[in-house]
Design a protein around this ligand. Sequence first.
Ligand SMILES: Nc1ncnc2c1ncn2[C@@H]1O[C@H](COP(=O)(O)OP(=O)(O)O)[C@@H](O)[C@H]1O
Ligand SMILES: [Mg+2]
Length: 249
Amino acid sequence: MVMAPQMRVLVCASQKGGSGKTTLAGHLAVQAERAGAGPVALIDTDPQGSLAKWWNVRAAETPYFIQSAFTQLFQDIEAARAQGIRLVVIDTPPAVTKAIAEVVSFADLVVVPTRPSPHDLRAVGPTVDIVEGKKKQMIFVLNAATARAKITMEAAIALSQHGTVAPVTVHNRLDFAASMIDGRTVMEVDPAGKSAAEIAQLWEYLETRLARLEGAHTTWVDDGARTGLLRNLNALGRSAPAFGRRAFP
Ligand SMILES: Nc1ncnc2c1ncn2[C@@H]1O[C@H](COP(=O)(O)OP(=O)(O)O)[C@@H](O)[C@H]1O
Ligand SMILES: [Mg+2]
């Protein structure tokens, strides 16, 4: 019986298009790698493939990219775990409830980027419902906020009624969009800039949240009988039901 390496799955999800899922998925993956939390692997489950396209024009070899499909997610995540990946960051499509719920079921932590606008705030309900339905930990991240705007504080208060709001707000800056054109991130274009500092702080915060899951969550072991046959043990070492209440072959 081999103790599988500790790996976490971070899912960026929000039913609202344009909230920053893809931007944060790419940036957090790169930042986690830069901060020494790698190896990191990205998965894009959005049929539009924005994150995949970004990665394809990216020169750097890390983070890795896993070409996956909804039906392959479980196998691909387990393969990543077996290969020693320590963090998987998954980007999701907007609006397709069933697909998002499916992906969220693999998450250790769900990051819900939200723009501080009334329109975006009103749209968080269905996303919250999905994450709560899957009993997952969720963090709202205010994204594309205007500096010193009163609405950012109001949005944080509104969101806090639904769950935890990250203490780091990501502001609206051109470099978030511009840096991704050639497959980079704000940290790689201007490491000393404000945007890079925000992403570094955001990752630092999320890392502490992921670390808190330690112990409370399950440890995976490969019982060695055959690949794909994984059992999860709870903190007491007792056998627990199959992964995520789904039956896998
Ligand atoms: N903090 C930000 N500042 C400026 N532009 C941003 C920021 N976050 C996202 N964007 C831009 O907003 C658009 C939507 O972001 P994206 O990450 O693609 O959202 P989603 O994946 O949720 O649809 C993109 O053009 C992106 O470059
Ligand atoms: Mg996207």
